[in-house]
Write a protein that binds this ligand. Sequence first.
Ligand code: NDP
Length: 345
Amino acid sequence: MTRTHKSVILAKRPKDNIIPGETFKLVSDNPTPSASDLKDGEVLFETNYLSIDPAMRGWLNDTRSYIPPVKIGEIMRSGAIGTVKASKSSKFPVGSYATATAGWTEYKILKDTELQRVVVPKGGRLTDGLSVLGMTGLTAYFGIIDVGKVKAGDFVVVSGAAGATGSVVGQIAKLKGATVLGIAGSSDKVRWLKEELGFDDALNYKDKDFAKKFRAATKHLIDVYFDNVGGEILDMALSRAKPHARFVMCGGISQYNTSNPQGPKNYLMIVSMRIRMEGFIVFDYAKEYPRALKDLAQWLSEGKIKRKETIIKGGLDQAENALRDLYNGVNTGKLLVEVKPAEEQ
Ligand code: NDP
């Protein structure tokens, strides 16, 4: 009897929010490949964990971007960490772990050139390959160091601070001698940032008097603003920028689920304060990943970078819910879906 496995495809592009039962479709009867289906240089990848990323909403839009949109009927694109179950590659023997853009599927045949080996550093765990030692850690690293050019004495404000990227941004800024204010969406997240990650200060943007608290907390004005969310918080940050402040434009999650995203109202501050506002995409730094991964792995093993994961169990069926919940702030640290738990090496 043919074995089957699940995958999730894009069924219809959403206009604004992802619509349950309409945007994605779960397909349960894909025939599962076996070792005899592999060509030279290929492996059979079994998904253990999926990376759930805010950018995924953008990949559903048929617009010009840094990456082509996911096509209708195609498996939803996603980073994943998985186990090599069958192999015709000398680089990835059976049982080895790897990351790949495998998508929302339980199994996939991949070329070995599409896989990155996962090396768990001392003090690390397998899933770090999708967070601190994966795309979000790299984004934090290049964003705050190469784009933000953070230095000792800077006052850094980071939005989305309790997320996978923001939490690492703040800790790297601290390691570089900056003072750091984090902005996040709950009192528990604020506590985590201050008490466990060592942020100098943190504020809950959902508090009624947030605007007042933000003004007070930024009275000495901002040197570097690391933006993950856009919207009103970006406007507030613009109003508190120091002359020649650096604004690192990493993302704008508050504007992802609308067909009518809004830019900053306070944009004239860019002129009057001579702000350098620069967007970046982490893939631009691909050649320099080894340098960043060396530093990040060292900081992780020395306990200088701490991290959390929010892991949603229940398999591939939970991927869509997890993505919708990401925009409601369900996660502290990296959001992952467990498709099949892996035994760590
Ligand atoms: P996170 O782990 O930070 O998760 C997203 C968080 O955003 C949620 O937990 C939620 O936390 C917060 N959020 C959701 N809606 C809003 C809102 N309306 N206003 C303010 N905060 C909101 O995700 P990532 O670390 O993966 O991504 C962070 C940002 O970095 C995103 O904008 C993403 O697109 C961007 N990114 C950019 C890359 C690049 O190359 N430029 C690469 C990777 C990521 P809370 O409870 O605090 O609201």
